[in-house]
Ligand binder design. Structure first.
Ligand code: SF4
Ligand code: SF4
Length: 280
């Protein structure tokens, strides 16, 4: 996703796009983004942690949206999301041997992956600017861009998505951002005075961190997890993190921190259960 939208060129009337599916190396590497509403669908596939990005609004409508989903600090809005995967990996954990998305085959492709090359942090009406920007940057080698004259490939026209699959994913992602924002704002309140946060504000890029354990169970409850599923979440995350640290690229210190926090929690939980048994 963009931290800012620097492109100030001419608007497009239409955006034409169709995923070619044979260049997944461009968009299916490392990690993807998910919202709180997708945690239940993907906790068994990806290690999941948090990422904060800073944005500047492009207009009044965008400012109201950013105020709703993020925290305001200095001249920026800070928006948090859930990062699913390991960005140091060359290939996404969801990719199958045939180079196609396994999760799509299973009917659970992440919303963010359905939205590519657009971006739900910006208004629907500004997606042409995102489209143009992507074409010259991160998605320069994406083969899905079509000529605007290919009428049957038009997915966005005159400020709105005309492709309903995309439109649906776009607004569901925005809905997820709004739902998770109270948690993200609470985390921001706890970290905004820390040195690492100041470095983030002064620099570029993403601030990544584990999900804070004191908030984890509230987040999982909001995401619709039962008590049993919460336990499964912890077990799956421990296994997935361990796999990244042993078989994947161990340089991901956030996954390492997330793993250590989870192990600490499991130890405390086991001690608690042992003590409870003795007291019975
Ligand atoms: S790079 Fe573009 S065309 Fe290729 S798989 Fe990704 S979205 Fe589809
Ligand atoms: S989840 Fe699927 S579409 Fe998304 S990055 Fe991974 S392999 Fe690609």
């Amino acid at each position: 996703m963009f931290n800012y939208l620097p492109y100030e060129g001419e608007s497009l009337k239409v955006c034409s796009f169709e995923c070619e599916r044979n260049c997944s190396e461009v968009c299916c590497n490392g990690a993807t983004l998910i919202t709180i509403e997708e945690l239940k669908s993907f906790y068994d596939v990806f290690p999941i942690y948090i990422g904060f990005r800073k944005y500047t609004p492009i207009d009044r409508e965008h400012k109201i949206f950013l105020q709703n989903i993020g925290g305001e600090l200095d001249d920026y809005f800070i928006v948090g999301d859930f990062i699913a995967g390991n960005r140091f990996r060359r290939e996404c954990l969801g990719l199958d041997n045939d180079n196609l998305c396994r999760l799509q085959k299973e009917g659970r492709k992440p919303l963010q992956c359905k939205i590519v090359p657009f971006c739900a942090i910006y208004p629907e009406s500004a997606q042409d600017l995102i489209f143009k920007q992507q074409k010259t940057s991160k998605f320069a080698n994406c083969k899905g861009y079509r000529d605007s004259t290919e009428i049957d490939k038009v997915v966005w026209k005159d400020g709105v998505f005309t492709d309903y699959y995309l439109k649906d994913a776009f607004f569901n992602f925005q809905q997820g951002l709004a739902k998770q924002s109270p948690f993200m704002k609470e985390i921001l309140l706890h970290i905004y005075k820390e040195d690492f946060f100041k470095d983030f504000m002064e620099g570029e890029g993403v601030l990544e961190m584990p999900i804070p354990l004191p908030l984890l169970f509230d987040i999982l409850e909001e995401a619709g997890f039962s008590d049993e599923e919460m336990l499964q979440f912890i077990i799956s995350q421990v296994k997935l993190c361990l796999r990244e640290l042993t078989e994947g690229n161990a340089e991901n210190t956030v996954i390492e921190d997330w793993y250590n926090e989870l192990i600490e929690f499991v130890k405390e939980y086991n001690n608690f259960v042992d003590k409870s048994k003795k007291n019975v």
